[in-house]
Structures are given as C-alpha cells and as structure tokens.
Design a protein around this ligand. Structure first.
Ligand SMILES: Cc1cc2nc3c(=O)[nH]c(=O)nc-3n(C[C@H](O)[C@H](O)[C@H](O)COP(=O)(O)OP(=O)(O)OC[C@H]3O[C@@H](n4cnc5c(N)ncnc54)[C@H](O)[C@@H]3O)c2cc1C
Length: 522
C-alpha cells in the first residue's frame, strides 16, 4: 500500500508507505543526499531519522565547502580533485543560494617563519590549481594573492600588527549553514515525491526490510524495500554488525563578532610548535565567529550529542588569542559545539580515517552502508551509494541515471540575482529569508502567513531581542520541514541553540509557533 505522494517533510510515521524501492536510514547530509539521488532516478523512497534532520555530525561542522587542499598536501590527488569538483557543483549549480566565497588569510606574523609562510602560500596556489582543474570559475572563487602588511591590516583590523609582514589571501566555499543545507536537500527530495520523516527510528534492518518506531507515538511499522541504505554516520555500526567505527571529536567555539571587531575574513592562526597546522577563525553570516578545530579520540558508547571539554576550549582560545591584538577571555566564548568524525575501526587499535574518503559497504543481509566523506562531497557519496544499492537489488530496470550534478536544490538561483533581490527587499526580514531560502523566500513567507494568520510584519520581525531569526522561519520549519518540537526549531531549522543564552530568549517564540500550528509542544 502506498500513501499519497508527499511534498513536505513530516514528523512520525502516520500514513507511511509499507512498500518502497529504497529505505534510507539517517537524515544527515549523507542520507538526505541519498534520498534525493534515489527519488530523482525515479525510485520510490522512504527516508527517516530517529531524531531530526541534521541531528548528528552534519550540524557540527566548520560549514566549509572544501576544495580538497588538505588531501592534495598529503598526495591524495583523486580525493582532492573530487572535493574541488563537488565544491564547484554546489557553488555554481545546485546550491549557489546556500554557499558563498569565503576569503581566508594566513597572516605572516612574527610566529610564522619564512619557510612556513612560503609553504602556506604554495598551499593556496595548489588550491587554485585544483579550482582550475575542476572547472570552477575565478568569478566564483578568486585567485589567491600575497597582501602587503598595510592591506592585511585593512582587511583584518583586529590582527596583532607587531612583526606582521603581510599575508596570503585565498578563497574557499562557505555554507550559509550546514543544517540548512541538509534540510534543503531533504525538502528537495520531498518535493520530488520522497517520503521524508523525522522522529522515526529504524530499530532493525535487513537488505529487504526495516522495522521502524514512531518516536512521537511509540507505534512500530514494518516496511519492505528492494534496497536499504544505512546512512547513520557514527551510529552505522549499531544497525549493521559488520561495520565497526571509533569516532573522534572535533570542537568549535562560538564568539560574538564584537570579540574581534571588523573581522570578516577567515584567519588561519598557527598552532605553536607545528609547521603546517592552524586553528581557524571563521566569520559567520549572522555576525558570529567560529573558532576550530580539535581532533580527540572518543572511546565507549557513541553519545547522542558530543560535549566539548574545557581543555579543548582553552586550547582553541589560547591559539587564537596569540594572533590578535585584543585579549580573548573565557567569557568571550558564548557557545561551544562538537561533532564526531567516523573512523573505521580496523581492530588492534588500528583506525583508518574514513573522514578523508567515503566507503560503501554491503552487509551479509544486503544493507548498503555509506559512511565517511564530508558535507562537500555528499552528492558523490549519494551517487555511489545508490549505484551500489541499484546493483545489489537489481533495480536497474526501474532506476534512471544519477542526475543530481545538474539538479538545483529547492530555492536555488544565481548568487548575483539573489543579492540584487535582497538589496531591493523592503524589509530586513525579507533579505534574511532570501539569504537562507534563496528563491523560496516568498514561499516561506506565504506558507507562514497561511499557517499563522499573522501579518507579514509580525512574521518578518526578529523573534527575540538580539536574535535575528524571524517568525516565518519557525512556521516554515513546522509546515514544510518536519520540525515537531522546540529543539527541532532552535537547534536544527535555525541555529540559535549554538548560543545557550540566545536559545533561552527564543524558547517562548518557538513554543508560540508550535502552539499556533497545533503541533505537539516540546
Ligand atoms: C568537527 C567536524 C567538522 C567538519 N567540518 C566539515 C566542513 O567544514 N566541511 C565539510 O565538507 N565536511 C566537514 N566535516 C565532515 C562532515 O560534517 C561529515 O562527514 C558529515 O556531516 C557526516 O554526515 P552523515 O550524514 O554521514 O552523518 P550524520 O550527520 O551523523 O547523520 C546520521 C544521522 O543518522 C541518524 N540515525 C542514527 N541512527 C538511526 C536509526 N537507527 N534510525 C534512524 N536514524 C538514525 C542520526 O540521528 C543522524 O541524524 C566535519 C566533520 C566534523 C566531525
């Protein structure tokens, strides 16, 4: 029995189909990408997450669309090229609305020796070769160049200036937000007919069947499928015995923009005693700064949400503080978050870093597991996983070729056209919606008007003092994006929750919206 074709993401398992071509387990970037790839090939799809869209690692990234420079440096030319190609696809075709070029500088400061500076400059030039080889325009990502000390001071006013010889300037891609990318991919899949369900946990899986539990009602449902794809990231081994992972934690800090006033380029701060390792300061669209990243092994059971330690926070703060004139204090840290990288456990304490390259593994019962990779390469990972599932399940006659390289995500439009529309917007809230939903900004507002009966002025107003999110975003989260509770709205559809003090201010607005849409309050 198949239910009506959906066009929106919904919570729970009501009216879920009991037979589909493909079940996708997990709605991080990987599962969302698999769901879109499969439905765009003409397959029927049910894609679920035990908690919510982007509940796992995908919301705790550095939010960069990497060109693969790191891999080039370690001689992994194939992976580096793949990253650069996928970066170009995201920035120029599928998601120009959710990506932007991010200027980054490596300051040539007193602590950076001349050989280290030369190496860093060569790295940016290598990155530019990757861009060119991938066919990405220099209009999208400008060429790197050397800056004088005066230019560097103008570009990054809060830097320490004693001994500053200049900087190298390079460009990479930055996401509006990682969870927003996941949500947009999942919504694009739903618009094409995939059944996309939040708060629906797979409790057991074989290659032909899954047992699901509706986490809102406790009801269990069995669904038969011709193929089952396990995209549960660091939890992949909990559903499939033959996959064993050992995660590693990466932590970021959140600072208010005022901590380093006038900084709108990313800065590589050298880690003392290391020749080519840096902590990055990353300016964000809403004016915050993220500082990252650590790499700490995690033993024992995988937690639902990883917690940064005070030691990691202190380390990041100390490294960054050394690059800036203004002292940074623990009180400047208004939030901190951590994500878990999936490392393949080879036994005997050996691990292989799957976060470099993705792997597709088919279990004894036929479950196809896709793990590793990164946000940037999700589309290619999804293509490989669906290819494997189609081959394993003999779905070749029903499935067309992969089309996602040329399939714009919901709301995609040329970056310049969106910038123009945002500049002409009559209300700052409208410009914000354009920034976060691209050409779907009007859809978001009209859906919110319909669901709430509120005026557009009320829906475009910030939901709390000092919190720029507007009411329309919360309503749309409920009506179109499967949000069911306060945490879905504040921690995934918006990222207010990354700063606990802001989250506390925003809870009443989220509760109001949930009550107005008669959805279960948190
Ligand atoms: C600290 C850090 C920074 C990073 N920065 C970047 C970056 O800047 N750029 C980049 O390209 N990449 C980056 N990466 C890599 C990237 O974030 C990850 O590769 C990617 O997010 C992994 O996504 P995923 O969908 O495979 O897993 P996840 O996002 O963890 O998704 C798995 C999902 O499965 C669900 N799930 C689990 N069990 C079940 C079940 N039984 N039933 C249903 N659902 C279930 C979970 O709720 C979860 O939502 C970073 C990684 C880390 C750790």
């Amino acid at each position: 029995m198949t239910s009506l074709t959906p066009t929106r993401i919904t919570p729970g398992l009501t009216t879920v189909p009991t037979t589909v071509d493909v079940v996708v387990i997990g709605l991080g970037i990987t599962g969302a990408g698999v769901a879109l790839d499969a439905v765009a090939r003409g397959l029927s799809v049910l894609a679920v997450d035990a908690h919510d869209l982007a509940f796992g690692t995908s919301r705790f990234s550095s939010k960069l669309v990497h060109g693969g420079l790191r891999y080039l440096a370690s001689g992994q030319v194939g992976i580096a090229h793949e990253s650069a190609v996928e970066r170009g696809i995201l920035m120029e075709t599928t998601a120009p609305h959710l990506t932007r070029p991010l200027p980054s500088i490596i300051p040539l400061a007193a602590g950076v020796s001349r050989p280290m500076g030369t190496l860093a400059g060569a790295g940016f030039l290598g990155g530019d070769l990757l861009r060119r080889a991938a066919g990405t325009s220099s209009d999208t990502l400008p060429r790197p160049r050397r800056l004088s000390a005066a230019e560097t001071r103008r570009l990054a006013p809060p830097l320490r200036t004693d001994g500053l010889r200049g900087a190298y300037l390079g460009w990479d891609g930055q996401l509006e937000d990682d969870a927003r990318l996941v949500t947009t991919i999942a919504r694009t899949a739903a618009e094409r007919g995939a059944h996309v369900r939040t708060h629906a946990r797979v409790v057991s899986a074989t290659g032909q069947q899954v047992v699901l539990r509706d986490e809102l009602t406790g009801t269990q449902v069995e669904v038969s499928a011709r193929a089952v794809v396990n995209a549960t990231g660091v939890w992949a081994g909990e559903l499939v015995d033959d996959v064993r992972l050992r995660p590693s934690r990466g932590t970021h800090l959140v600072l208010r923009g005022e901590a380093l006033p006038g900084l709108d380029v990313a800065v590589f701060a050298p880690i003392p005693g290391e020749t080519n390792r840096f902590v990055l300061v990353l300016p964000q669209p809403d004016g915050q700064l993220y500082v990252g990243l650590t790499d700490e092994p995690v033993d024992g059971p995988v937690p639902d949400v990883a917690e940064p330690t005070e030691v990691e926070i202190g380390f990041l703060l100390d490294v960054v503080a050394a690059s800036f004139a203004r002292p940074l204090r623990r009180s400047d840290v208004v939030g901190a978050f951590a994500g878990l990288r999936p490392l393949l456990d080879g036994g005997d304490d050996a691990t292989a870093d799957l976060s470099r390259k993705h792997a597709v593994l088919t279990s004894r019962t036929g479950v196809v597991t896709i793990v590793g990779g990164k946000l940037t390469t999700y589309r290619r990972m999804a293509e490989d996983a669906v290819d494997a599932a189609v081959a394993a399940a003999g779905l070749g006659a029903s499935a067309g070729p992969c089309v996602t390289a040329t399939l714009p995500l919901a709301g995609a439009a040329p970056r310049a056209a969106l910038a123009d529309a945002a500049a002409r917007a009559e209300h700052p809230g409208q410009a914000r919606l354009i920034r976060r939903y691209g050409a779907d900004a009007d859809l978001v507002l009209s859906a919110a008007v319909e669901a709430s009966g509120w005026s557009t002025a009320d829906l475009l107003a910030p939901i709390a003092e000092g919190v720029p999110t507007v009411g329309a975003e919360l309503f749309f989260g409920v009506t179109h994006e499967g949000a069911a509770d306060v945490a879905d709205l504040l921690d995934r559809r918006t990222r207010i929750g990354l700063v606990p003090a802001d989250r506390a201010l925003a809870v009443p607005a989220a509760e109001r919206v949930l009550a107005a849409t008669r959805t279960q309050p948190a």
